[in-house]
Structures are given as C-alpha cells and as structure tokens.
Design a protein around this ligand. Structure first.
Ligand SMILES: [Zn+2]
Length: 356
C-alpha cells in the first residue's frame, strides 16, 4: 500500500507506525486508487483478493469475509442483504482489522493500543490475539455490556477512563504521543482495502454490479472502502458502472448527512441514539461525502423511533442485527422508489452484542 499524508505528502514510514503525520499532524490515506487484481482461490476469506491490497505482510486471518448475500422480498422488491455480522468477531470491522493488524505485525509491532468500546475494539482485540500482539483498549468508564466483555475475553487489557467518550480518546492520544503504537481504525488507512473486499464479494455473488448499496455510516470507513472497491472494479472493466451509495445515519447525530446537504458539519449535535455505532464525527468526512456524490448517491438519516422497530422486523425475517445495522430498514422503506435494482443492504453487526 502506498500511503502518504493528505496534507503535506509525507510518505508513511517503512518501519514505524505513526497514527498521523509526524510532520504536520495530517491524516494518512492511500495515495493511489485501489487496483482490482486476480482472485487467488487458494487463500482464505478476503485474502483471495490480496493482489488488490498491495500489502507485503503475512495474513493475520480468522477467516473473515465470504459472508452470505441473501435475497428477501420486502417492500414489493427483491432486496439482497449482505450479512456482515457473520464475520469472526460479529461485524464488518474484521475485514479492516485483518489488513490493519497484518500490517502492524509485519512492522514488528508487539504491543498496540486502540480506543473503541464497540465493534472496532472487539475486532481489533480478536486480531491482536490471533497475531500475538498484546493489546490495550481505552474505553469510557461507563462502557459496559457484551462488546466490553468480548474485548476482555480476547485478552485485551481494558483501560477505563473516567468521564465522557472524548476523555478516552484523549487518553489514547497521550499514550500514543508517549511512544505506544496506536493501531487506530479511524486514523490509519490500512483497513480501507479490507473494506473494499465487501464490494468485490457482492459483485461476485450477484454476477453483476448492484444498482444501489445501502449501508450505515459513522466514520464512513466501510462506505469509503466499498466505494473505492467498486471504482477499482470499474477501472478494471469488471463492472460497467458503480452503484449508487446510500449512507445512513441516525437523525440524532448526522454530521455526514449535514455535510452532504449543506457543505458544513459544524454545530451538528452528537445526541444519544440506539444506533451507537454511527455516533461521532468522521475524520474522513470530506472523502466519504465526495465518493458518495461521485456514485450518484446521497446520505439519509433515520428518526429515532424507527430504529428499534426496524431491528425487530429484520429479526422476524431471521436477521438478528444490532440497532445500528437496523438503520438500513427504515432507509430502504423511505428510499425504495428512488434506488435502482439490484439493491443491496449491508447488515454490519450482530444483534448478539446489543443489550437493547
Ligand atoms: Zn503531513
């Protein structure tokens, strides 16, 4: 992977693992568009697409990817549900953790820190365990529930930081500045080619490009990775057009929807929502909004009262997802007449980790 600072162009170092540009504090990203290459069926899971990663590393894998794409008849249409909750730690994050942790392992990392009490933290802890990397996860003191337990069960050390979520983020940044390796799923771009494999799989499973892909977006990493994956397939003449990308947020916290509509996301509230996985402000918001616009897509937000009922309907169809993933149900209902077939909705995380 060719990685550089988006601000000053500083190349990502070969051996060290800074989480942001040591020169200017800018964000690192991939320098070149992804390239869709040949598929190596002898490799496990998403590593079949390893030629598109451009990553010189031994795979740290738990069998991620190869998730089912299930057709269901809803809202008078056939809709395809991509069951990302079937990944090893129960969410799509595993596609990114496998490439991120593999890159860290290849750089000789033996200890690393992260700061998510959600799916990203659990996924990181799982892959760190698989790699033999000692992991420490900073979480708000209030964090509880199955995801926290999952992080601990993988053997990660949990560092509980008093106060709001921002304090945990601050504590992890301080630790990173004192020399710890911050394997951040939000700052580092190593996970993006991993997320792109979700796009590759969907095209393989459908036998063609979808007309539209509907998915929850918080940081927007999955949307960005999938968008770049579809563009890579377009450039390789594997598909004729990229699908319309429809990113879904919760109305209570909708910076990407605001940025898409108004060009700014200042003063957007970060209120409580059942869709906890899409809270917070995206570090790559501009890139996420740009790729969505380029696809002919848009952002949409779901009002709070519709989130849990959507989860319940999906469960009654046999798909037990967390409330964040259930955003796609209401988004489908509201947008069904303006999205072209075939429509794919991504079910990002398992309901087994949710207490509500
Ligand atoms: Zn820089």
């Amino acid at each position: 992977m060719k990685i550089a600072c988006v601000n000053c162009g500083q190349k990502y170092p070969e051996k060290e693992t800074p989480y942001k540009c040591p020169n200017c504090g800018g964000l690192f990203d991939l320098v070149e568009p992804l390239k869709f290459g040949s598929i190596d069926s002898s490799k496990p899971g998403i590593w079949r697409y390893a030629s598109s990663f451009d990553l010189e590393a031994q795979a740290v894998s738990l069998g991620e990817g190869n998730t089912p794409l299930i057709p269901v008849n809803i809202f008078g249409r056939e809709i395809f549900l991509k069951c990302e909750y079937s990944n090893p730690s129960g969410s799509f994050k595993d596609r990114g953790s496998t490439t991120l942790v593999s890159a860290m392992k290849a750089r000789g990392v033996t200890e690393a820190i992260e700061d998510s009490s959600g799916n990203a933290g659990a996924s990181f802890a799982a892959y760190a365990a698989r790699a033999g990397i000692r992991s420490k996860v900073f979480v708000p003191e209030s964090a509880s529930g199955p995801k926290r337990q999952q992080i601990e069960m993988y053997g990660a050390e949990l560092v509980r930081v008093p106060g709001p979520r921002a304090n945990a983020a601050e504590a992890v940044r301080k630790a990173a500045e004192s020399g710890e390796v911050y394997a951040s799923h939000a700052y580092l771009p190593f996970n993006i080619p991993g997320y792109a494999t979700c796009a590759y799989e969907i095209v393989e499973q459908l036998g063609r490009a979808p007309g539209a892909v509907i998915l929850p977006a918080g940081q927007g990493g999955l949307l960005l990775g999938m968008g770049r994956g579809f563009e890579a397939m377009l450039n390789a003449n594997v598909i004729d057009a990229v699908p319309m990308l429809l990113g879904v947020q919760a109305r209570e916290c909708q910076p990407l929807t605001e940025l898409f509509k108004t060009g700014t996301m200042e003063n957007v509230p970060d209120n409580q929502t059942a869709a906890e996985g899409v809270r917070g402000r995206s570090l790559r918001a501009q890139a996420v909004v740009e790729i969505t616009r380029r696809s002919g897509g848009r952002f949409t937000s779901v009002d709070e009262p519709y989130i849990l009922p959507g989860r319940d309907v999906l469960a009654h169809l046999g798909f037990y997802v967390e409330p964040t993933s259930a955003l796609v149900w209401r988004a489908l209902e509201e947008n069904i007449f303006s999205v072209p077939d075939p429509v794919v909705a991504v079910l990002t995380g398992s309901g087994l980790k949710s207490l509500i």
